[in-house]
Design a protein around this ligand. Sequence first.
Ligand SMILES: Nc1ncnc2c1ncn2[C@@H]1O[C@H](COP(=O)(O)OP(=O)(O)OP(=O)(O)O)[C@@H](O)[C@H]1O
Length: 500
Amino acid sequence: MDEENQRSVPVLPWMRHPLDVTRCEQLSLRRVPFLDCRLKSALENMKISKLFPVQVALWQETIGPGNFERDLCINSPTGSGKTLAYALPIVRKLLPTSTVKCLRALVVVPTRDLALQVKQVFDAIALPLGLRVGLAVGQSSVADEISSLVYLPGEEEGVDPGFLSPFWFQSKVDILVATPGRLVDHVNLSRGFTLKHLHYLVVDEADRLLREDYQSWLPTVLKSTQSSNNDDGGGGGDDVFQLGFPYSPWSRRSCGVERGSNPHSRLAKVVLSATLTRDPGRLVQLNLRHPLFLSAGKMRYRLPENLESFKLICERKVKPLYLVALLKSLGEEKCIVFTRSVDSTHRLCKLLNCFGDLQIDIKEYSGRQHQRVRSKTLNEFRKGQFQVLVSSDEMTRGMDVEGVRNVINYDVPKYIKTYVHRAGRTARAGQTGRCFTLMSNDEVGRFKRLMKKAEASACLEHNVPSHLIEELHSTYQLALSKLKEIILESRRKPKDKSCQ
Ligand SMILES: Nc1ncnc2c1ncn2[C@@H]1O[C@H](COP(=O)(O)OP(=O)(O)OP(=O)(O)O)[C@@H](O)[C@H]1O
């Protein structure tokens, strides 16, 4: 059963009184204590002039007095800047870089596109500091990938000659961003790949990565990091702890946790999501140490501050017509349309493309497609080469595309979690955005109950101009007939090649 539908999931004691991230103020970079000047200029190059509240909170718990002593669980809205919130302190902690490279930080995310996105953030702040970031996502063969992560015996370039030995492997990267499947492949199969020097483990989109279908990666990873628990560390940063941190919005000394003499003598974990699970059965697998729970606001689910939600009521059989009218009324704004499944994504996309002279470029993005096709589509969407992406749910967790002004739920989501992640593709980083949900009259009640589960979820009714509906009516009928023909045609062919 989905966690959301369980009547009484017991809440772990440490989750009952979270620290409220919204009590942190944004902080301009020049006021961020202990921010290395190279990190500061890397951030400025990214056009970042201040840290968002969740970033300030994490900085405080890692570089500030918290000093990474406790494992951190963060529930913070979509687009609130969680990636940088963990990337920044990890990079800061990995300074100064040692002569011998080893893999010290691992970030696990559910999809390849998300891994690429996270790597880009790390690259932007870690490369200028001499730290290298690797990717393990299954984009190439295991052998090709491992050669980008580890110096194999005999591969001498870049290796300190004092360390060369026929039995000796050296990591090429300090930080690795990985998807679970490929990560396990490397742990089990790749000679020279080791997690024994790991100091930081980040589980991003944690509720998804802790689901049954992903679970086996976690015990494998935790087991292979075990010897790092006795390591002496060397992550740096103790000076920072001793100097103190002036921006505490809460009294964390009331947490009652003694500081150890070496906060790096164990694997520090950071677990995040916009809809973090509270299921003890799932969280227990992470083997968290004195976890500290940081959450934004009072309710478990929270929508971005500048998001406006709308419902658009229409009869089921004319939903595509209303969708097209809505898209037309939104002009040239970038939109993502979500459907309930990969099949309906494919069908809807085909139907929309049958509308003839819509003058809206529309493409499909779903798990039905080959990864290569999907990544290409996403790149084109990012570059603004087309305007409307029709997508299924699974692929879009964490996806950050600049300029998406509208999200459209073609189907009412079943769970509030789904609504939160879909709607969260817009109104990111303090920008404004709108989320429209199409529904029939008999779905209004269920939708209302769903929205009550989230904070900041007021929802007004939206009407598309009736003249647009009238104008498009005959084109809609033609599109339906065209689609019928296409379906019949594809049944005659042995295989539909559109998803290759
Ligand atoms: N301090 C900042 N100033 C300006 N922009 C920022 C800042 N931090 C992050 N951003 C931008 O905010 C956007 C959202 O960040 P990010 O993808 O990390 O959000 P998130 O909280 O992980 O969202 P999701 O839950 O959907 O994964 C990104 O485009 C990022 O570049």
